[in-house]
Every structure is written in C-alpha cells, then in structure tokens.
Write a protein that binds this ligand. Structure first.
Ligand code: DAH
Length: 376
C-alpha cells in the first residue's frame, strides 16, 4: 500500500494503532505534497493541485479528516489532530505562494511581450518626390508670379463655346481639325455638347468674363486630344496658358516678358526668337523658338555630326503666342479700342523634355520609379 492512497483508508485498515506510527504516515503525505507542488507551474496544473489537496469533498485534507481523524481512538486523535493542523498550514501557505509565483511569472511574460524596444531601428518608409511635370510647373509658376502674374485654374470639361467659339474659332473653322477632340457621351436631350478641353486657352475667356483689366494670369492644367501616342504625343498632356491685358500693353512688353521667362527657365545663355504664325485668337500670332539646348545653337552635335534634336537648325520651336485678337475682346465685353494684351500657351511636358533632355513624352505617364528617382 503506497502513501498516495493512504488517506482513502482508515488508520485501522492501514495497521496503525500506536501514536508513534502517526508521524511517519504524515511524513509520507508531506513528501507527496512537496513533489506535487513543484509540478504545479502553470495556472491549469495549479488548479488541479489545489483541488486535489483542498477540495471539500475528496481533497486529501478532507479525506484525512474523515478517514483518520474522526474515527480515531482518543489517544491517536490528539496526535493526528496536531499533525493534521501542521499539514493544513503547510498546504494552505504553499498553495497560496505557488499561485503568487505563477501569476507574477505570467505578468512578466505578458510584460515582455508588450514592451516596445526603443533601441530597435525604426521602419523606414520610402519618401516620394514631386513628379517632374509638377516640378517644372512650379518653376514656371515661380517665374511668372515673380513678375506679377497670378495663378488660376479652370475646368477640364468644357463647352464648345469656351474651347472654340469665344476664342474666335467658329464651328467650321479648319483649325478645329488640329484639335481632334474628345466629346462626352451625354444623355439624350442634354442641352449642350461637352468636351475635354483641347487647350488651356478657354480660361482666357473665363478669366476676362470675371475680371476687368488689368489681367495678368497664368493657367496650368491638363488638356486632352485624340492624338495617337508616340514619343511626342499623348492623349493627355499639360499646358500653361498666359494672359496679360491692360490699357497700354505693347508688342515690346510681350516679347520682353517671354524673353525674360526663357532666360529664367533655361539659363541666361539661351536666346529666344519669334516667327510669324497663326492662331485664331491672336493677331499677330507668333511661334517662339529658343537656341537648341542640346547643341548650344550650333546645329552640330558633340560628336561633330548634325544635332539630331534641332536637325542642324540651331533653334527649337517652343510655343505659340501673340497679341490678343480684338475679336476675342468682343466675347467678353472688353473695349478693343481701350485695351490690348498678349497671350501664350506652352506645353509643360515639352519644356520639361527640352530642359532635362528627355526624348519620350510617354515616360512622364508610365510612373516607372527608375525614371522618377532621377528627379528627386
Ligand atoms: N492654345 C494653343 C494650342 O494649344 C496654344 C496657344 C497659342 C495659346 C497662342 C495662346 C496663344 O494663348 O496666344 O495650340
């Protein structure tokens, strides 16, 4: 018979009849208690351990009380009672301290899990940069703002009136062919056709409708044309429109302003020239050229051959401009006898390509980070 089941039996069944037999019996029970206590190292096993010893119905202490103490003869009962009291004190204090140990251990582990280690390196998030188009637009804006222009923006969806008619381009004017246009599919019965603006020029009209001279604005924005994509064409690209109208603006103010811009933007060594051209909303109209930024205007490439960018001309076409056609003033109720002014419309993408030596407009829209990273 092992000590494990002893308390389930009566002392008489265990062959105990003398008081001196009691102490060794309790020593066995204590040994069993000590080994079980050492094994209770988490909450689950601690609960089992506690119930095995202190359970009211069949815990070891209850069994000892019922089987050993209660039926004992008077001379045994005193010794068993003493031993049992000592055992109970030991069991209760040990079980309480095991619990405290387990709980503080669990707390430690939870703390360790929750602790933030401030010595670890942080998460490095890649920092983006402005797209080159945005950067070039910013440069253009800075130059014009510094000489008194303000920046306005307008709708990308326009009416034919603003995109064409009020710019002196009537319905059957041939220049509309140059601007193959995206018209919107509108519900049947919609009052007016709408289109994606083919240029930023409609904002000339919208601005003059709202403001009286003097007007000095630039208008950056996206424009759309039904062009097939290639190295210099895209169905969407960017323009900056410019408009200056006042009572005494001359052709000299016009060319002086453009030359100032060109030198600020490309560098003092670059020369500008203008050639006659045609736009329905300017008269006279011109095309501005700059000395080729790739060959320095020599027409000869570094290797000695013909410069492939300007095809040997030494000049590169930059953008269209002109003095505002008096007919346009009629659409905005300005008096053409009192006011004069100039306008220009430049392609931001084209200026960026020239300034940074980019030979394919498509790279602006592909968002390849290998390209974008070159312009941090
Ligand atoms: N709107 C013209 C285009 O997209 C560019 C242009 C030319 C704008 C002459 C102007 C201008 O304001 O005066 O082709």
């Amino acid at each position: 018979m092992t000590a494990i089941n002893n308390p389930a039996q009566k002392l008489s069944d265990l062959g105990v009849s003398q008081p001196e037999q009691i102490a060794p019996l309790f020593a066995e029970v204590r040994a069993r208690f000590d080994s079980e206590s050492a094994a209770a190292h988490d909450e689950g096993s601690w609960k089992q351990f506690r119930d095995a010893w202190l359970g009211r119905k069949s815990g070891v202490l209850t069994l000892i009380t019922d089987n050993w103490l209660k039926p004992a003869s008077p001379e045994l009962k005193r010794v068993v009672g003493q031993e049992l009291n000592q055992l109970r004190a030991r069991v209760e204090s040990e079980i309480a301290s095991r619990r405290a140990a387990i709980e503080s251990g669990a707390d430690q582990a939870a703390l360790a899990r929750a602790r933030i280690d401030l010595s670890l390196p942080g998460v490095v998030r890649p920092i983006g940069s402005h797209h080159l188009i945005r950067q070039v637009l910013q440069q253009i804006e800075d130059i014009f703002v510094s000489i008194g222009f303000s920046v306005v923006e307008g709708p990308e969806i326009e009416t034919p009136y603003y995109n064409f008619e009020a710019l002196n381009i009537p319905e059957f004017h041939p220049v509309r062919d140059d601007m193959d246009t995206f018209y919107l599919d509108l519900p049947k019965g919609a009052p007016n056709p709408l289109l994606l603006r083919t240029h930023t020029s409609p904002m000339q009209i919208r601005t003059m409708e709202k403001r009286q001279p003097p007007v000095r604005v630039i208008v950056p924005g996206k424009v759309y044309r039904r062009d097939n994509p290639d190295a210099t064409h895209s169905f969407m690209f960017h323009q900056v429109e410019g408009l200056a109208v006042d009572t005494d603006i001359t052709f000299c103010d016009f060319t002086g302003t453009i030359e100032y811009f060109v030198k600020q933007f490309f560098g003092a060594g670059v020369k500008a020239r203008f050639r006659p051209s045609y736009f329905p909303f300017t008269e006279p109209s011109v095309e501005f050229d700059v000395t080729c930024v790739f060959c320095g205007g020599s027409g000869t490439s570094a290797g000695g051959g013909t410069c492939s960018k300007c095809k040997g001309a030494g000049w590169i076409e930059l953008f269209g401009a002109g003095m505002v056609d008096p007919a346009v003033y009629g659409f905005v109720n300005y008096d053409p006898k009192k006011v004069s002014g100039f306008a220009f419309g430049m392609g931001i993408d084209r200026l960026a390509m020239l300034k940074y030596g980019i030979d394919d407009i498509q790279v602006f829209f592909q968002n390849d980070v290998r390209f974008l990273r070159q312009f941090p």
